[in-house]
Design a protein around this ligand. Structure first.
Ligand code: ZN
Length: 154
């Protein structure tokens, strides 16, 4: 439903302008004849924003013994670290650090390992320390942050 310009009738009216004392729905061009009083709410291009998933109430975190679990599932599958890294499309160096426990895998990586090898690496935690103020933005936490948190728990 488009309103066409009251003056030229050629273009869609985009603003309400006061022209010679009369409020008219006009296009941008014709609006120059008077004073724009307000923009007409855009009806046509309603940007579709992605539905924002409801924020999870629970924090997801990597289990503390991820390194052991990953190593054992890899060995159970008779894979070398290299095979394992390849299967997961990860860098060998990353997987080495993960197995050594030096690097906490990202949730994405952990999920990938869970899916492929059927082990549990992610645990859901309730409220972290009263609202989880220190760890509220878990989605944005970097690996560094996660490692920090892990160290603190020790
Ligand atoms: Zn016009």
């Amino acid at each position: 439903m488009l309103v066409s310009c009251s003056i030229c009738g050629k273009r869609d009216a985009t603003v309400i302008a006061v022209i010679e004392g009369v409020s008219l729905e006009v296009c941008d061009e014709c609006a120059k004849l008077g004073r724009v009083s307000k923009r007409i709410a855009e009806k046509k291009v309603v940007k579709k924003t992605k539905p924002v998933p409801l924020r999870r109430e629970v924090e997801e975190s990597i289990v503390l013994d991820f390194a052991g679990k990953i190593k054992s599932v890899r060995e159970k599958n008779g894979m070398t670290q290299e095979d394992f890294a390849k299967t997961l499309n990860e860098k060998l160096s990353v997987m080495k650090h993960v197995e050594n426990g030096n690097l906490v895998p990202s949730l994405k990586l952990a999920r990938k390992i869970e899916d492929k090898f059927g082990i549990q690496l992610i645990e859901e935690q309730g409220e972290v320390g009263g609202g989880g103020a220190s760890f509220g933005a878990s989605e944005k936490a970097t690996l560094g942050d996660l490692i920090e948190i892990k160290r603190r728990k020790k």
